[in-house]
Design a protein around this ligand. Sequence first.
Ligand code: SF4
Length: 89
Amino acid sequence: MSYEDIPPPEPKPIDETNWMVLKGFMERAVLRGQPHGDEKCDNCIYYLDPDESLHYCWHPQIRILVGGEWWCQWWEPIPADENEAPAAS
Ligand code: SF4
């Protein structure tokens, strides 16, 4: 088989399914790929590791990988006292 005979990559049904799930996140969370003013994932209490540019969001409505420069409507500041828990939502 030559290189020209290899079919180009294309999305599979699982990719469509995954996209529909993630699209739901985007719509419910008003998830955006850029900061909202000074608010962004890497200065949000729910972003697991602010030192990483891509990491896990543990907000109960999100629970996916997000970028440090992203933002959603559930953004909450990191408390000055790191032992202080965020308000229940
Ligand atoms: S709650 Fe929203 S703003 Fe905060 S880390 Fe998760 S996706 Fe980003």
